[in-house]
Design a protein around this ligand. Structure first.
Ligand SMILES: [Zn+2]
Ligand SMILES: [Zn+2]
Length: 160
C-alpha cells in the first residue's frame, strides 16, 4: 500500500479527524484507492484540457484537503501528465486509461475524479467552472432525450 501525504500543517492537523472512507478505482480494477469521504468541492470543469483528456464535454473532480489518500493497489501503474504551461494535471491507470486521483503541484490538495468512486461522495460545494470554454454540442447534450440503456438509438439507426 502506498500512502500519499499532503505537506501542509493544516492538512496534517485535519488528518487527525476521523471521517468515513470511500473507495474507488480505475476501469480495469488494477489501481485501487480509498480516501476520507469528506470533500470540500466538486468541480465540473469545461476547459479545453479536460475535454481532451476525457473525450467528454467536462471533467468532474472532487477536492480533498484531508491528506488521507491511500493507493491500496496498482500504485506503480499510475501515470501522471502535467501540462507544461497551464495549471493542469491528469493521472491515469497505465493499463486501461481510467482516471485516478492525484496531488496538485504544491501537494496541498488531492483531486479525485468523481467517476472513479464507488459510492456517493459527501461534498460541501459544487460548481461548474470554465463554462466560457464549453462547446455548443455539450450544452445541447444536456437537453437531449433520455433513454434507459441504448434505448432505440441503434434500432433507429438501422432504419435509416
Ligand atoms: Zn486500470
Ligand atoms: Zn478543466
Amino acid at each position: 500500500m502506498t500512502k500519499v501525504s499532503l505537506g501542509t500543517k493544516t492538512a496534517i492537523e485535519k488528518r487527525r479527524h476521523k471521517h468515513p472512507k470511500i473507495e474507488g478505482g480505475c476501469l480495469c480494477g488494477t489501481v485501487r484507492f480509498r480516501i476520507d469521504n469528506n470533500f470540500s468541492n466538486l468541480l465540473i470543469c469545461h476547459c479545453k484540457q479536460c475535454r481532451k483528456t476525457t473525450g467528454a464535454g467536462s471533467a468532474a473532480n472532487l477536492i480533498s484537503t484531508t491528506g488521507s489518500l491511500e493507493l491500496t493497489n496498482g500504485a506503480d501503474l499510475v501515470t501522471t501528465f502535467r501540462h507544461p504551461t497551464r495549471y493542469f494535471t491528469k493521472a491515469f491507470c497505465g493499463l486501461c486509461g481510467g482516471a485516478v486521483p492525484y496531488l496538485n503541484h504544491t501537494e496541498t490538495l488531492c483531486f479525485v475524479p468523481a467517476g472513479s468512486l464507488e459510492g456517493e461522495p459527501e461534498v460541501t460545494r459544487q460548481d461548474n467552472i470554465f463554462t466560457e470554454e464549453r462547446p455548443d454540442w455539450c450544452t445541447a447534450g444536456y437537453l437531449a432525450e433520455n433513454h434507459i440503456g441504448f434505448g432505440s438509438v441503434f434500432e433507429d439507426l438501422r432504419k435509416q
